[in-house]
Ligand binder design. Structure first.
Ligand code: NAD
Length: 476
């Protein structure tokens, strides 16, 4: 999808121009920069499935952007607008994202031109299995080469079908389950994957709020509580981000934009109630606890502290960038801000937490799931009870030495050993904090010489440097 202005470049061109902005600030040969910039390959498949008494033909893609690390990783999207340009842009972002958060994968992405709402579950299963068959037989789904995950329009169910399809075609592969991530728990998934991208958005925002300099750059007061947030898209990512920010950080979600318009409530929307309503009624239009606005795009321009686009790409573009009225944009979606809009917003002093960082929670926990599948054991299973026994001993010793009782309100938290969900969240939090630290260090250091430096360019520089180092190590 191109931006709102017809003069705007395509999504892939937009990603490339943000890439070039970073490369201009690096000491990288033109040849190596070009090698990193381009997609290595994009496979297009057209396949037929007999449905409703006729043969329906579907078009799908799997693009591999960079194989400097393998397997390559990236979600599969189901949407009518899927096209080669979009898939290649998304695959490129996966390369940079994995490098930024130190997940040892290359970048890939897939897509199928389909509106999942048009099909019944059993029909979707047949379509998904057929698409997976086409990709598996070309090793475009494979535990050691190419590992998909959910994206827009897909979720646990599609991933379970893909895993099963791979297993049927590779019956003796003991690592078959590692061929895809984002599976349900009973099919080899990991606790915390469904919430991971939204959780990562929350951890990223929390980290931003730990740095007074960054708040100052955004013109924001400290403390997340009470901050006004607008969210676009109440799907997997938008829902979880909104829910956690509201329930755990006391933020006020003042508007949610969905495919059928927006719902606004300056006193704050209850995300759990709204999500239930959307699931039951298919949209936000009839939600009774807020004002409905038909023109969802207009609500992106509403005054707020944090704007979280969590649906589509190119929604903030040359057509509306100068009217965006927020201090911080957190790109939960991939590519929601076009390169042209990025420039306008930078000049306005709006801080942008870039997609390759903000939504990296998904791929981070996918990495944990892949490791779990290959090790064939749940995280925490071996050590949890042993940890608890040791903590009990410490309490006993403390009580003996001091003659006093350990505070009962702290006892449970102190004793309990980490289970899988706790470990996954801890690993995700550590990843988000570490990557943010790297980005902001470069941002602030460079600002002294380069007034035009921003978080996104810093993120690109770090990622490109890491990919370049891998290529050099490979002897390229
Ligand atoms: P999803 O399909 O679960 O949700 C998308 C939501 O956006 C849906 O509720 C849909 O109704 C809504 N929507 C569609 N058109 C809209 C419009 N015009 N205006 C407002 N809302 C609209 O998808 P998701 O998995 O939450 O992905 C959303 C974004 O996050 C995508 O850009 C995706 O690439 C990115 N992302 C997802 C993950 C993940 O783990 N799922 C990881 C990284 C990045």
């Amino acid at each position: 999808m191109s931006g709102g202005n017809t003069n705007e470049p395509s999504f892939r061109e937009s990603v490339n121009s943000l890439f070039d902005r970073a490369v201009q600030r690096m000491d990288l040969s033109e040849g190596l920069a070009e090698k990193i910039r381009v997609a290595n390959s994009t496979y297009t498949v057209r396949f037929g499935v007999k449905l409703r008494g006729d043969i329906k033909t579907f078009t799908g893609y799997r693009s591999v952007h960079s194989e400097h690390a393998e397997p390559v990783k990236g979600g599969i999207r189901y949407a009518l607008a899927v096209n080669q340009d979009e898939v290649e842009a998304l695959a490129a972002l996966m390369t940079y994202k994995c490098a930024l958060v130190e997940v040892p994968f290359g970048g890939s992405k897939g897509g199928l031109c389909i509106n999942p709402r048009d099909w019944e579950t059993d029909e979707l299963e047949r379509i998904t299995r057929r698409f997976a068959f086409e990709l598996i037989k070309r090793d475009l789904i494979n535990p050691s080469q190419n590992v998909p995950a959910p994206d827009m329009g897909t979720g646990e169910q599609e991933m379970a079908w893909i895993a099963d399809q791979y297993h049927r075609m590779n019956t003796t592969d003991i690592d078959a389950r590692a061929c895809v991530t984002g599976k349900p728990l009973n099919a080899g998934g990991i606790r915390g994957r469904v919430e991971a991208t939204g959780r990562g958005v929350q951890y990223g925002i929390r980290e931003f709020f730990r740095h007074p300099d960054d708040l100052k750059a955004a013109g924001m007061s400290k403390g997340l509580a009470g901050k006004k947030i607008v969210i676009q898209g109440l799907g997997n990512v938008g829902y979880h981000a909104g829910k956690f920010l509201q329930e755990e950080d006391d933020c006020k979600i003042i508007a949610v934009i969905e495919h059928d318009g927006a719902v606004i409530n300056e006193n704050g929307l209850d995300i759990e109630t709204l999500k239930k309503h959307v699931s039951e009624h298919g949209g936000v239009a009839t939600f009774p606890h807020g004002k409905h606005e038909k023109d969802g795009a207009k609500v992106l321009e509403m005054e707020c502290d944090i704007l979280i686009p969590a649906a589509l790409e190119s929604v903030i573009n040359l057509g509306n960038a100068d009217r965006i009225n927020t201090k911080l944009i957190v790109e939960a979606a991939n590519g929601p801000v076009t390169a042209g809009a990025d420039e306008i917003l930078r000049k306005k002093g709006v801080i942008i937490m870039p997609d390759m960082y903000a939504n990296a929670g998904g791929v981070t926990v996918s990495y944990f799931e892949w490791v779990k599948n290959l090790s064939h054991i749940r995280f925490g299973r071996m050590q949890r009870r042993q940890e608890e026994a040791r903590q009990e001993m410490i309490i006993e010793a403390l009580e003996k030495m001091t003659g006093q009782n350990f505070p009962p309100e702290l006892r449970n938290a102190f004793v309990s050993g980490a289970d899988e969900l706790t470990l996954v969240r801890s690993g995700l939090d550590d990843t988000m904090r570490g990557a943010y630290g790297n980005m902001r260090d470069l941002w602030h250091q460079s600002l002294k010489k380069d007034k035009d430096m921003d978080l996104r360019t810093a993120a690109y520089i770090i990622s490109i440097q890491r990919v370049a180092d891998s290529y050099r190590a490979l002897g390229l």
